[in-house]
Write a protein that binds this ligand. Structure first.
Ligand code: ZN
Length: 96
């Protein structure tokens, strides 16, 4: 014997079967982990959704009447199209 191993057809078939079963096991584990993470994220997301709904009650953004981009509610000038927002100018004038 010089040390070089000889493999028969049954050895190769066994190796292939091992590889396939390992791969299938990996896929199953990945899918199970994916489902667990999805369920976990959903459980965490329920609390976040309530917070987001509460934040929605107080609007912090408005839509620019010129370019329809969402911009901060206190903005007097649209950062997107640079038009002067007359609604805010009127509001601050009314406050004075
Ligand atoms: Zn704009």
């Amino acid at each position: 014997m010089t040390g070089s191993a000889t493999y028969g057809l049954s050895d190769i078939a066994g190796f292939a079967t091992n590889m396939v079963s390992s791969f299938v096991n990996f896929l199953i584990m990945a899918f199970v982990l994916f489902c667990i993470m999805k369920a976990f994220n959903m459980a965490v997301g329920i609390g976040k959704k309530k917070l987001a709904d509460e934040e929605k009650k107080v609007p912090t953004t408005k839509i620019c009447p010129y370019c329809r981009t969402e911009i901060p509610i206190a903005a007097t000038r649209c950062p997107h199209c640079t038009s002067i927002l007359e609604d805010t100018v009127k509001d601050t004038a009314a406050d004075k």
